[in-house]
Each structure stands twice: as C-alpha cells, then as structure tokens.
Design a protein around this ligand. Structure first.
Ligand code: PBG
Length: 328
C-alpha cells in the first residue's frame, strides 16, 4: 500500500466536479416522506413547538400533496388532530370510516394526485389518555385488545385508499394480524411499513403538541416503546415484523439511532426507513434561530447521514424544504 506523498486523499476532494464524481451516497427528493398534520378546523394552524410546520384542513392537505408531487416527493404521511369531544377511553374514533383521517385519504385520492399515502396506525390521537392503546384499571396498555382495534383501524384506512399502513404503537403481534386482515379483505397490495424499532424517546414532544395528545398523556410509554439502552432487542423486533409480513421497517427517532439503522440494514438487507422526528426538527430550527448553524447545511447533512447509514428513505418535516434545495 502506498503512502504520503504518493497517496493524498485530498486529491479527489480538490474540485467540485471531482467531489461529485466520488460521492458514495446520493440524496434525492425520492428519498423523502413528508409527514403532515390534519385539523378539523377550516384554517391553517401553526404549531408553536414546530416552527414552520402547521396543521392543515383537508383541502390544505390536498394542496400539500400536490406540492409534494411537484417537488418529486413520492409519499406523504398523515396524522390527525382529533377534536377533543371525539377522544374516548377506547379510542373508537380510530375505526370510524368517516373520521378525519379517512376523509383526508379519500380527498387526496379523489384529487388524482400521484403520491403515496402513508397512514399511522395507533390510538394516541383518538384516546382521552393519550396512550397508543387501550389501558386497564392500573394504567397498563393492553396488548391483544389493542391489537384487535388496530386491525379495525388499519382496515378503514385501507378501505379509504391508504397505500401504506404504518403501525407505530409497538404492540406485539400487530403486523401479522393487520397483514392477515388486509389479505382477507381484498387489500393485498396495501403495504405495511412497521415502526419496528421505536424507542421511548424524549424527542416526540412537538409531535404530541401537533396531534393534541401531550396534555392528555398519563405517564410515559416505556411499557411498550423500546428502551434506548437496547440494540439487540431492535434486531429481534425487526425480525418479528418481517416474519409477520412487513414490507419495510422503520427506526425511530433518527440521528440518535444511526447505529441501529446500520445494524438492521447489515443484518437483514431489507428496506429500512428512518423517522427524523419532531424533536430533531425542532433542534435544527432552534440552532438556526440561535445563529448556531445554517438550515440548508444542517438539513442536507442530516438527511445524507440516513442514506449513508443504509436507509431507503426518511420521514422528515423538512421534506419540502430539502426537496427544493435538491431540485436546485
Ligand atoms: C404515536 C406516534 C408518535 C410519533 C409518531 N407516531 C409519538 C409517540 O409515540 O408518542 C412521533 C413522531 C414525531 O415526534 O415526529 N403513535
């Protein structure tokens, strides 16, 4: 092996064309999934802890979906802010075929826009206690009872036209149950993107404001979401979700868990997605507001990191901004 001065790794970095030629990883708008928040209200509602992100009424969501298509973003992810009078202990609004989520899915599909619609399967925007599932008298989130409600929720979403259902609740066994129900009901081409390794994280705060569950949440989610100390357990979660029929798996949050993304990709060679979550978005925006960093550079660098670690794509609130930058 040759050494300095015969070998100088700076040579290939010395001009822009050469840096482009040697780039090992590419980031394009096709790598982005844009999470959108829906409101029952009739006007845009800015979210204080997510500066630059708003909840939109159904027609505003259709407009965002058209914007996504024009920018080359292949898919949008929907999250509803359910009106408080419809939030109940059992979260039954989740499987109302005319709920805000289903009406939004139908509006996007009826508009003829050519983007995928990914829907969240979990009960937290629908429960009066803010948990992702049904709770017993002691406040424990019940697994099997919750999973059967999630099946009903996934089915109404698929019926409304969802292309990808994404269970984000971390109940055991729900991927297989949802896959079985989709197959039995004529939805064999509806994909499942499993939130396979989802950690009990401090980075979800602004999201909970956006869907209106923060003030309602009793306790934490540590009995169902994963312990940030664990990596082998993430591999077991991924193995199970794949065995149960997941088309792709997600790691969430994003940057603090790049090691998990890399290990999942090397172990399974399946499509892996990352969710750069609300707290990560807020951190970048706070750095920009404080003059500590420059938005465009921070956004593109963090998104590239996910691609380098092995992701097929990233859910990010910066999707539209990043796509504009990438489209130059
Ligand atoms: C809940 C859900 C959460 C997010 C997506 N789905 C929050 C939670 O688990 O409390 C977080 C996304 C984000 O922070 O951007 N089913």
């Amino acid at each position: 092996m040759s050494h300095y001065p015969a070998l100088r790794l700076r040579r290939t970095r010395s001009s822009a064309w050469s840096r482009r030629m040697y780039a090992e990883t590419v980031l394009t708008p096709a790598d982005l999934i844009w999470p959108l928040f829906v409101t029952e209200g009739d006007a845009e509602e800015p979210i204080a802890t997510l500066p630059g992100v708003s909840r939109w009424p159904v027609n505003g969501i259709v407009a965002r979906a058209k914007e996504a298509e024009a920018l080359g973003i292949p898919c949008v992810a929907l999250f509803p802010n359910t009106p408080s009078h419809l939030r109940t202990d059992d979260g039954r609004e989740a499987f109302n075929p005319d709920n805000l989520m289903c009406r939004t899915i139908r509006a996007i599909k009826e508009s003829g826009v050519n983007v995928g619609v990914l829907t969240d399967v979990a009960l937290d925007p629908y429960t009066s206690h803010g948990h992702d599932g049904l709770v017993d008298g002691a406040g424990y989130v019940l697994n099997d009872e919750t999973a059967s409600v999630l099946v009903d929720q996934a089915l109404v979403q698929a019926e409304a036209g969802a292309d990808i259902v994404a269970p984000s609740d971390m109940m055991d066994g729900r991927v297989g149950l949802i896959r079985g129900a989709l197959e039995a009901n004529g939805h064999s081409n509806v994909q499942i993107m499993a939130y396979a390794a989802k950690y009990a994280s401090g980075f979800y705060g602004p999201f909970r404001d956006a869907v209106g569950s923060r003030g309602l949440l009793k306790g934490d989610k540590k009995t169902y979401q994963m312990d940030p100390a664990n990596a082998e357990e993430a591999l077991r979660e991924v193995a199970l979700d794949l065995a149960e029929g997941a088309d792709s798996v997600m790691v969430k949050p994003g940057l603090p868990y790049l090691d998990i993304i890399l290990r999942v990709k090397s172990e399974f060679q399946v499509p892996v997605f990352a969710y750069q979550v609300s707290g990560e978005y807020a951190m970048i925006e706070a750095a920009v507001a404080a003059g500590a960093g420059e938005r465009d550079a921070l956004v593109l660098e963090t998104l590239m990191a996910f691609k380098r670690a092995g992701c097929s794509g990233v859910l990010t609130y910066h999707a539209a901004h990043a796509a504009r930058l990438l489209n130059g």
